[in-house]
Write a protein that binds this ligand. Structure first.
Ligand code: UQ1
Length: 466
């Protein structure tokens, strides 16, 4: 997640899993309301005590929404003694990332959606607050990047999420760091905090919202923030559907349509046209220079440059290099798992769920709620030398905010086939945005996430797990 992988400061995560140098990430900062968390070995500069080795029945790489959920579901199976399960993650903080759209809209603060990572881990699970240097699946071992320790495992679960690559767009890191620019992004802890201020400040001019080519966690989020901003500007009498409107809105997306699933794409396209939002389809933001944004054209046409007064940018994303460059990766750099069982195609004691996995579905926290029970069931069977029996059907969901109050609850499985939880409920046509789903997005999901999902007791559309 989400986006989802719902995890922590993605900037911190992306950088600390990779190298010390990125501790200089300009987007990294910590809130001050709680005592400083314990230091990481990276930060203290201590160097590896190489050669030491620990063994665990299960090593889980990643303490994000997938890693925490799977670790606690395994623990709850009753099959493991204290410290049989270990989590490896360099993060100090754990963020509910699906809430960052709400932060961008000024509905929540990024601080209230943040917890200390260590506080979310059951004390029967060993926590290595460290990154990963490499995987050695032949020897069933993982090497940590900070301490240099090697962890041996019976089964390995790889769920470190994906990396947000700010530098994929020329000029973006500097533009985001500039407090006075009206350029922001809901895809990071710090930058999510900047977004609402930029929306409030814009009085008139061109507002551009982008959606990049390639992997995007929570693929609806780039337009969720646009719909919320439109609603804000409409209520402030700065936006109307007819020309001239003080503010003009453009959605510049690398996709050929508003959304990947035809049923929901048609609804969003109708909304776009009704609301007078310009679309630049197959446009991929490649650089920002002052108030100019340049887009590569995925249809082969020449690059386009547009002047803007406000820009919401979504960087490109992809697998962490320690996954991509490992023997576990597929051609695209994701952990190469069977799409039904979540088990690695080559190394049968390796498993993966969440954004880092090759599971060919939209990367969201909702998807993780359906992937994890399948992985847990199949892994427990494997421990008994049995073949996997549980099947993941690709379920994922995008609660797409279409204004401050309403959500189009897109839910679908492999092949973009709708699989709607509330399909049978009278008055709740999931082909339309609803206030009830808006309440779920704003109140229920963040609550159930920390109350149950990270603890392994929430099964998403299946409700609470026993
Ligand atoms: C869900 O379980 C979940 O996790 C807490 C979300 O939060 C990010 C979701 O957005 C969705 C859609 C689900 C799925 C659950 C139901 C009840 C549809």
């Amino acid at each position: 997640m989400f986006f989802i992988k719902a995890t922590r400061c993605v900037c911190a995560r992306a950088s600390l899993f990779e190298s010390r140098s990125s501790l200089t990430c300009p987007l990294l900062s910590s809130p001050t309301t709680k005592a400083a968390p314990r230091a990481r070995s990276f930060a203290t500069g201590s160097r590896p005590v190489t050669g030491t080795s620990n063994g665990h029945k299960i090593v889980v790489v990643g303490g994000g929404s997938a890693g925490l959920n799977v670790s606690h579901q395994l623990l709850r199976s009753g099959r493991f003694a204290p410290e049989d399960i270990a989590i490896v993650d360099p993060a100090v903080w754990h963020d509910y990332q699906p809430g960052w759209t709400l932060v961008g809209g000024g509905v929540k603060t990024n601080r209230e959606l943040r917890r200390h990572e260590a506080d979310l881990i059951d004390n029967k699970i060993k926590f290595y607050n460290d990154g990963v240097r490499g995987f050695n699946p032949q020897d069933k071992a993982v090497t940590l990047s900070g301490s240099g320790q090697t962890l041996a495992y019976d089964h390995l679960i790889v769920a470190p999420g994906i990396k947000i690559d700010y530098s994929s767009i020329k000029g973006l890191p500097e533009a985001l760091a500039d407090k006075n620019s009206l350029i922001s992004s809901i895809y990071g802890y710090d930058t999510s905090d900047k977004v609402f201020g930029t929306i409030q400040k814009l009085q008139k001019g061109n507002a551009i919202f982008t959606h990049p080519a390639g992997t995007v966690k929570c693929a609806g989020a780039p337009q969720k923030i646009m719909w919320m901003a439109l609603d804000y500007w409409k209520r402030a009498n700065r936006y109307n559907h007819t020309t001239p409107s003080p503010i003009d809105i453009t959605f510049a997306t690398a996709l050929p349509a508003m959304f990947g699933v035809p049923k929901y794409s048609a609804v969003l396209e109708e909304l776009r046209q009704d609301r007078g939002v310009e679309a630049l389809f197959q446009h991929d933001l490649v650089s920002i220079d002052g108030d100019k944004a340049t887009f590569a054209r995925l249809d082969g046409a020449d690059e386009v440059t547009r002047r803007f007064d406000f820009l919401h940018a979504v960087p490109k994303m992809g697998p962490h290099s320690f996954v991509k460059e490992s023997p576990l990766a597929d051609g695209a750099g994701f952990v190469d798992v069977d799409q039904s069982t979540t088990r690695h195609k080559t190394f049968h004691d390796v498993w993966s769920v969440g954004d880092a996995s090759s599971l060919p579905t939209s990367k969201t926290a909702a998807a993780i709620t359906s992937q994890v029970p399948v992985l847990v069931q199949n892994l427990l069977l494997a421990m008994d030398n049995k073949e996997p029996a549980a099947v993941y059907d690709g379920y994922t969901s995008c609660p797409l905010l279409t204004d401050y109050d309403r959500v189009l609850l897109a839910e679908f499985k492999y092949g973009g086939v709708p699989k709607e939880t509330f399909g049978g409920v009278p008055g709740l046509d999931q082909g339309k945005p609803h206030r009830a789903f808006g309440m779920m997005k704003k109140h229920f999901f963040p609550w159930v996430y920390f109350k149950s999902m990270v603890k392994g007791t929430w099964g998403g559309p299946s409700g609470w797990l026993k």
